[in-house]
Ligand binder design. Structure first.
Ligand code: SF4
Length: 354
């Protein structure tokens, strides 16, 4: 049995060709999960599709809603592995100057089960890489969440490949998912609304750049010198800061956009003004946006949450020195929203219930 979400509409192989687009619209825009509901297709074709394709490759295990409205999803895959995704409502529907503005959502998705990058502050990294997700498993996270949250098809959303896993370590499936998301007969999400976040695989950043997909790039930097970054992110030993920044300089990006640098503030480790100063120097000449993130401690974590004063002083220094810097509000703190936490809690529960 093939997974329909692995394919672009023109690859479904239906004849005449317009049936491919019709089927895609049923699945992605009317959210059907049974071919019987594709009512404008002939009965014989619906039967044929049922025997050839599966529509949804994952099932919901848990959905937890935070007091701030974000929803964290734990999905089961066909082999019983689990992955996480998060829906973050960014803005509610509102009236601005008498004009109705629609709500804004970001969906954060996973690209692997586990991850081999082994970042020392991350729960997902502790389990190592179990396997890559297929294109269908990546695409399904967005489709499932849009349907679950009753987000109308025409509602624009942002996608960030920032959940479990290193997206550039699964570049083939991720790049195909980007193309499927942006296809006019599926979800029609512009590549400029899709961000690929990487721990800094310089070689694959170059490869992604050559594909010219038009996606945005986010780099998890977290440290301003190689000694500290080696310690926090072992991947730095293969691709040091300089090689990552060189790859970023060559990355094709829309003139109105910036490369996002994620900087996780770890109390007493990387959060003082000498680090802010070094960061300004490092990013000189790059059109960057810096997101400062409070570390959200998990059980057994060796790092602490930084103080608010320090993070604010860090941001103010960056801004005073010409950088576009913001502090990212931690959404979903009450539902273990840091990468890998829901999955980890669930594993612990499973262990204690054995
Ligand atoms: S932070 Fe991201 S890249 Fe690093 S181990 Fe966790 S999932 Fe992998």
């Amino acid at each position: 049995m093939k997974e329909l979400l692995d394919f672009l509409p023109e690859e479904y192989g239906l004849s005449p060709k317009y049936l491919n687009n019709e089927l895609a619209k049923f699945v992605y825009q009317k959210y059907i999960d049974d071919f019987s509901d594709a009512t404008s297709l002939s009965k014989a074709l619906r039967e044929q599709l049922k025997s050839e394709f599966n529509i949804m490759p994952l099932s919901l295990k848990i959905a937890q809603t935070s007091i701030d409205g974000s929803i964290k999803f734990l999905f089961s895959l066909h082999d019983n592995h689990t992955i996480e995704s998060v829906l973050l409502p960014m803005k509610k529907e509102r009236i601005e100057n008498g004009i109705k503005k629609s709500a804004k959502y970001t969906i954060c998705i996973s690209s692997q089960v586990g991850c081999k990058s082994g970042c020392s502050f991350c729960l997902t990294g502790k389990s190592g890489l179990i396997r890559n997700l297929s294109t269908a498993e990546i695409v399904a996270q967005v489709l499932f969440i849009k349907k679950y949250a009753k987000i109308p098809y025409e509602q624009g959303i942002n996608i960030v490949f920032m959940g479990m896993g290193e997206p550039l370590d699964n570049l083939k499936a991720v790049s195909k998912a980007v193309k499927i998301f942006s296809h006019n007969d599926t979800l029609a999400i512009s590549p400029r609304r899709q961000t690929i976040s990487t721990s800094g695989l310089a070689k694959q950043i170059e490869e992604l750049g050559k594909m010219n997909l038009g996606v945005l790039l986010a780099i998890s930097l977290h440290a301003v010198n190689d000694t500290l970054r080696d310690e926090l992110m072992p991947i730095n030993k293969a691709y040091n800061i300089e090689s990552v920044l060189n790859a970023v300089r060559n990355f094709p990006i829309d003139a109105r956009k910036r490369v996002l640098f994620e900087y996780l503030c770890l109390g007493g480790i990387n959060d003082d003004l000498s680090h802010a100063k070094a960061l300004v120097k490092l990013l000189h000449g790059i059109k960057a946006k810096i997101n400062l993130i409070y570390f959200n401690p998990h059980e057994g974590s060796i790092y602490k949450r930084p103080s608010e004063e320090k993070v604010i002083a860090f941001r103010d220094y960056l801004q005073a020195h010409g950088q576009n810097a913001t502090i990212r509000q931690s959404k979903g703190l009450d539902i273990s929203a840091a990468c890998g936490q829901l999955r980890n809690n669930e594993d612990e529960n499973a262990k204690t219930s054995l």
